[in-house]
Ligand binder design. Structure first.
Ligand code: 8DG
Length: 317
């Protein structure tokens, strides 16, 4: 369990991108995490902003001038010898050709190849943040399978890259069939389909992952699916976040952030409490509950990967 203790070292970590390629360097023999790939960066100096630290580190370590760094995710992590907070930023703007000025190996990798590499443990959350978009659509009501397919296509045409098939009224076998029938279109659009269901349903459907309800999280002691699939966890409080992390969730859906008509009995967390929980969570967190596209920037300012919603994205009946 990754419990955050102080003092925490602030580390600026830079994801330098060139279209689908990402620049990595190999940590050297004399460093901790030797022979692990890393996103270049290093300790933030006293009084320095994260962006300034990144510009300095990329000049010192890779000989490139970088600009316009944008926040991606913050990762609190406790290693046996040190407690860090990775401030992960990304940019595509740079001058020069990155090369290992300190003798380290530097290479560009396609973003789809990153999961095959060995990184320091804390980087799992960075890889998820890079893979997942900022809008997570959850399916709402539909009349039949044809209607469902139309509504999924409407999500894809809105540019949504992460969809959860949630159909609590259907039998597992029918949910699996719906997933199978729509996977082709989802993948063709470069999107991913999550099942609100069980590992067994995931195996039958070949969907991209499962979204576990908060009540399901405590049925497991460890990750219930392989690392080739996504594990999403729906949570409402810190205890559920801890359990989600214990079983290896790749990302978290935290709700309700704002009051929502679908759960009128639950108190909304509000943005401040949401941000506080996100700060202690080393994987991407989506804000759920009362979310609209117009709130996306606000969600990101409070540390979210993005927003999740049913009614904002799903076409009405
Ligand atoms: N730059 C970078 N650091 C990372 C990543 N993932 C990760 O856990 N870290 C950790 C490893 C280190 O504890 C710390 C980086 O600090 P640093 O880069 O200044 O440390 P260092 O190479 O001088 O060497 P060391 O003290 O860790 O041996 O952040 C990553 O992707 N990039």
């Amino acid at each position: 369990m990754n419990q955050v203790l102080s003092p925490q070292l602030a580390i600026a970590v830079g994801v330098l991108r060139c279209q689908d390629e990402i620049c990595l360097s190999l940590r050297q023999k004399h460093q901790s995490h030797a022979n692990h790939w890393e996103f270049p960066g290093g300790k933030v100096e006293a009084g320095e902003s994260i962006q300034a630290a990144l510009e300095r580190e990329f000049i010192e370590e890779l000989g490139v001038q970088t600009r316009n760094w944008q926040p991606l995710i913050e990762i609190p992590w406790v290693y046996p010898d040190v407690t860090v907070r990775l401030h992960v930023y990304q940019t595509e703007e740079f001058d020069g050709t990155p090369h290992g000025k300190e003798g380290q190996l530097v290479r560009w990798f396609n973003k789809n190849a990153l999961r095959e590499l060995t990184f320091p443990e804390a980087n799992r959350g960075i890889l998820s943040a890079l893979e997942l978009g900022d809008c997570y659509a959850i399916s709402g009501k539909f009349v039949d399978a044809t209607d469902f397919s139309h509504k999924v296509r409407s999500l894809l045409s809105q540019g949504i890259k992460l969809i959860q098939l949630r159909a609590k009224d259907l039998q597992a076998i029918d949910v699996v069939k719906l997933a199978q029938d729509n996977l082709g279109a989802v993948h063709q659009a470069g999107a991913k389909l999550m099942l609100n269901g069980t590992p067994e349903m995931l195996a039958q459907s070949m969907a991209d992952g499962i979204q576990l309800a908060s009540s399901q999280l405590f049925e497991y002691n460890r990750r219930p699916i392989g690392t080739d699939k996504l594990l999403g966890a729906s949570v409402h409080n810190s205890a559920e976040i801890a359990q989600a992390l214990k079983i290896g969730a790749d990302f978290i859906l935290l709700s309700p952030v704002l009051p929502t008509a679908t759960h009128p009995d639950m108190d909304a967390l509000g943005w401040e409490a949401f941000a506080e929980m996100v700060r202690e969570t080393p994987v991407p967190v989506y804000a759920l509950g009362g979310m609209q596209k117009a709130l996306l920037d606000q969600a990101k300012k409070h540390g979210a990967q993005g927003i999740a919603a049913i009614s904002e994205f799903w076409s009405p009946q």
